[in-house]
Design a protein around this ligand. Structure first.
Ligand SMILES: NC(=O)c1ccc[n+]([C@@H]2O[C@H](COP(=O)([O-])OP(=O)(O)OC[C@H]3O[C@@H](n4cnc5c(N)ncnc54)[C@H](O)[C@@H]3O)[C@@H](O)[C@H]2O)c1
Length: 383
């Protein structure tokens, strides 16, 4: 069996996403399972090269996982021909410069979302990658969540009949950082550091809506900064200049109305941290990260509005769980496997930098809609 090693420059592995989801749960998990076996029998073995700003942090991570390759010199890592892929999980704001350098060095590009902090930059990166002839991809992890895979299965089966609406509820309380430490990095709450709910979550909602349901044709959003003062990692108070909540209404092709609330200032009264309810003429579903429950037209109760009586039916008990029917692996890892197969064997990979730019476009239009207080069309994007 042929083995194919592939060097991956991993920048931002000291961060939350870079370390946990991409290094540990994806690349190291792939190495632990003996690599990725392609249909022709070739085994692809990823060889991570850790890149970051702090020698000490990189060394600690490398030693913890028995890795030998790490450096604070990105250019040197990019100059090594054994490193064929550049991966970026840095802060969004510093991403563009690093992606440009990697494209110029002829590396294939895989990056966290959003691919850039403006549509111009995101499109220009997509064009640069195309012109350089390098393969490219953007993380769209939510598509690989068990709950959303089950939802997609329902859509593909025709379960819903005509889909009428989608309502999404995402979020949880992110502590301010004074009497309990915040559970997310403070840059997320500063606009000047690339933070903000719309820029963070609308790229996700774009690909979820487009790939599970239909393309997004218009957006109306209201962004808000509910908590104006927070405390950072060092216990210093700072002004939250970015939006910490966004209330969005999206019109999809075919007239489906999607409404998604995203908030870091909401307390959870849901089964999961994100849930989407989909209503169709033939049935409805509620999908979360892992679970998905359905109610068919034929089992739909007939409530009658009467505020004088207590609820007469156990509404939440009237739904049926969709079975797994398959093993679900970590979503980030599944997408890494697809990207590696794309690079090595030219397997299809639709989640490219142009797809990523569409997510940035929706975020940009969402912020504009909120500023101007009006609904905006989402123009088609092309390179
Ligand atoms: N796919 C997802 O579900 C998901 C979830 C959260 C975050 N993200 C994305 O991942 C990226 C990283 O987010 P995170 O939550 O891991 O952040 P984080 O703050 O935990 O990590 C940021 C990383 O960037 C590095 N960095 C490089 N230059 C920096 C600078 N000038 N200032 C500060 N840090 C710098 C840090 O060292 C660290 O490794 C962001 O682009 C974010 O949008 C994606």
């Amino acid at each position: 069996m042929a083995q194919r090693s592939i060097g991956i420059v991993m920048n931002g592995v000291t961060g939350r996403m870079g370390y946990r989801q991409h290094l540990v749960r994806s690349i190291l998990a792939l190495r632990d399972q003996g690599g990725l076996t392609l249909p022709d029998g070739t085994v692809v073995m990823p060889e991570p090269v850790l890149v970051g700003r702090s020698e000490e942090k990189l060394r600690t991570i490398a030693e913890r996982h028995g890795l030998t390759q790490w450096t604070t010199d990105l250019d040197a890592a990019l100059a090594d021909p054994a490193n064929e892929i550049y991966f970026d999980a840095q802060l969004t704001q510093v991403r563009e410069k690093a992606l440009r350098a990697a494209i110029a060095a002829g590396k294939h590009i895989y990056t966290e979302k959003p691919s850039a902090d403006s549509l111009d930059a995101a499109l220009s990166l997509a064009r640069a990658a195309r012109d350089a002839g390098v393969k490219n991809g953007v993380v769209q992890d939510k598509l690989f969540l068990p709950g959303l895979l089950k939802l997609k299965r329902l859509v593909d089966s025709g379960f819903f009949g005509r889909i009428l609406s989608v309502r999404g509820e995402f979020g949880y309380w992110v502590f301010e950082g004074d009497w309990q430490a915040a559970q997310r990095p403070s840059w997320n709450y500063r606009a000047e550091d690339g933070g903000g709910m719309v820029l963070d979550m609308f790229p996700h909602w774009h690909y979820v809506l487009e790939r599970v349901f239909a393309p997004v044709r218009s957006v109306y959003a209201q962004a808000a900064t509910h908590v104006p003062e927070r405390w950072d990692e060092h216990g210093h108070a700072y002004r939250a200049t970015a939006d910490d909540a966004a209330y969005g209404v999206f019109e999809l092709d075919g007239g489906v109305i999607a409404q998604i609330n995203s908030s870091w200032a909401v307390r959870v009264d849901r089964d999961e941290l994100v849930e989407f309810q989909v209503d169709g003429t033939e049935g409805s579903a509620v999908a979360g990260l892992r679970n998905c429950r359905i109610q068919h037209r034929a089992t739909t109760p007939k409530p009658v509005w009467n505020p004088d009586l207590p609820a007469t039916e156990p509404f939440r008990a009237q739904w049926q769980q969709v079975p797994d029917n398959q093993d679900f692996d970590n979503g980030f890892k599944v997408q890494w496997e697809q990207f590696l197969a794309h690079v090595v064997a030219d397997a299809p990979f639709p989640y490219d930098l142009l797809a990523g730019a569409k997510g940035v476009q929706l975020a940009e239009l969402g912020l504009r809609s909120s500023r101007e207080g009006r609904r905006l069309d989402v123009p088609e994007l092309s390179l």
